[in-house]
Design a protein around this ligand. Structure first.
Ligand code: AGP
Length: 370
């Protein structure tokens, strides 16, 4: 096992550090920047299904569901196809309306999650075209779907998903850009600049890992005794906030909630006092001015702000108690980068609390029971 961990103390840390490579592997052979194309056989062979789809329904659980939410933003923004994102467990039990004009995409790291599998079977029975985004090759979901794309992130051993999540976001980015280019909703110039941005993501993750690793460890030390956390983000980074909160609760057993930042004033603001740590994802591109006022509201109530900002940021940084800087990218790809320090934060808080990071209590890597 020590050899498999390649010198890292836990699989989770190893997997966090593998992300420059795993994201690159997800894009390999698919994103051909010089030729200006995205090659994805699974999509291309069934392009008419996607082109004629009334809507795309994404079904998943847990972290994969968070990836699905970001997929919704991506596909609606660039391909202009309506998308709904559903928890597989809710979808399958509520007699959903499904037609043969629907494309149902299941996202699952393991490809074995029982609820996701059952929801897919239901969609198939009702005539939908079913597509899988799985990490584990030849898994049950990969086998029952009509087509799909593997994430190629490599085996993920830590129960808390890290590199599979960023690989899912990468695949969803590729799908959204490919569909948008094909159906004419994404112009060539924008397509070219977006694929160049996407191609640069592995380097930017590498940069985040080296520039924030030590800093995040130090921040984590100050929150070992915390009992609650709020995670806030807007737009594409709202699901990133949900995912940051899930990581923390899974492995450190600290109660954490993710919220769209604007929803704060509809309830969670009542919780804010000097004992409430609030992680806020605030990149430049992405409703920055609105986030600035959210931070002002938090500071007026003495909440402790840990801000994830772009390098060179001043406004949010000056008001925040802790600042984690990440490089800039297009808003749609920013969750891939912003998630990395949040994974590290959850990891180190859990380690300092003496928790079993790779095998958290009560959790299984893949939930094969209903
Ligand atoms: C992620 O950290 C969790 N362990 C969990 O939410 C997981 O994402 C969920 O069970 C779905 O698993 P799957 O992607 O293998 O279907």
């Amino acid at each position: 096992e020590q050899i498999e961990k390649s010198g890292y103390e836990h699989f989770m840390l190893k997997e966090i550090f593998e992300q420059p490579k795993s994201v690159h592997d997800t894009m390999r052979g698919r994103l051909l920047v010089d030729e200006g194309v995205i090659k994805m056989a699974g999509i291309w062979d069934h392009i008419e299904k996607f082109k004629n789809a009334n809507r795309i329904i994404i079904i998943a659980c847990g972290t994969s569901w968070h990836a699905g939410l970001i997929g919704e933003y991506l596909i609606e923004e660039y391909a202009r196809i309506p998308v709904e994102v559903e928890y597989a467990s809710e979808f399958r039990y509520r007699n959903p309306i499904i037609t043969d004009k629907d494309v149902v995409i299941a996202i699952s790291q393991s490809g074995e999650t029982a609820d996701t599998m059952a929801a897919l079977k239901l969609a198939k029975e009702r005539g939908a075209f079913i597509y899988g985004i799985c990490n584990v090759v030849d898994s049950s979901i990969a086998r029952i779907t009509d087509a799909g794309s593997y994430t190629h992130a490599g085996p993920e051993i830590g129960v808390a998903s890290t590199k599979a999540f960023t690989a899912q976001l990468t695949i969803l980015s590729l799908i959204a850009l490919k569909l948008g280019k094909h159906n004419g909703n994404l112009g060539n110039a924008d397509f070219m600049s977006l694929i160049a941005e996407l191609d640069a993501i592995p380097k930017k993750i590498e940069d985040v890992l080296s520039s924030t690793h030590e800093l995040v460890q130090n921040i984590a030390k100050d929150f070992v005794q915390a009992t609650n956390f709020l995670y806030l983000g807007r737009g594409y980074n709202y699901p990133a906030a949900l995912e940051g909160a899930l990581k923390l609760k899974e492995i450190s057993y600290i109660h954490a909630e993710g919220y769209p930042a604007a929803e704060m004033k509809h309830g969670p603001i009542a919780l804010i006092d000097e004992n409430m740590p609030i992680v806020i994802i605030a990149p430049k591109k992405g409703h920055y001015d609105k986030i600035v006022s959210n931070v002002q509201e938090i500071k007026a109530r003495k909440g402790k702000v840990i801000a994830v900002v772009n390098r060179g940021d001043t406004q949010v940084s000056e008001m925040s108690d802790y600042v984690i800087e990440i490089p800039e990218t297009s808003e749609c790809f920013s969750p891939i980068i912003a998630s990395v320090p949040l994974q590290l934060l959850a990891y180190y808080i859990a380690v300092y609390r003496g928790a079993n990071v790779d095998q958290p209590r009560n959790l299984a890597k893949s939930v094969t029971v209903e």
